[in-house]
Design a protein. Structure first.
Length: 124
């Protein structure tokens, strides 16, 4: 069973059922209703990467969660978890003109995927 919910900035997060897949398959259902992403900023970044991406939501530090973030298929360096509602990652290099998914993997907690949430632009 898949459930979609619309997030701020016309993004959507796709949350799948627990046990429905792993890294290569569908997403796991986040534990607790408080784990969510409401927005990211900026929504575009230079293809050279290296800029911070701010991710807003809730439940980021509940249950001493480990957090991994992927921009497209590339892992992003988690710079800081500022609070239960904000974290920052470093955007890796990407292909100019390409919109990519932003995926957060929480352990425990599951995955949240923001389809086409970040667009790489030319420049630095």
């Amino acid at each position: 069973m898949r459930t979609s919910l619309v997030l701020a900035l016309a993004m959507s997060a796709t949350l799948g059922s627990a046990g429905c897949g792993g890294k290569g398959g569908g997403a796991s259902e986040p534990s607790g209703a408080s784990l969510r992403v409401t927005s990211i900023e900026p929504t575009s970044a230079a293809a050279t990467g290296g800029v911070p991406l701010h991710i807003h939501g809730s439940g980021f530090i509940a249950e001493s969660r480990a957090i991994q973030v992927y921009i497209g298929d590339a892992p992003a360096n988690v710079l800081s978890v500022d609070s239960d509602t904000e974290l920052q990652v470093e955007v890796p290099p990407g292909e100019a003109g390409k919109a990519v998914d932003v995926k957060l993997v929480f352990d425990p907690g599951g995955e949240i995927k923001l389809p086409h949430a970040l667009t790489f632009v030319p420049g630095n």
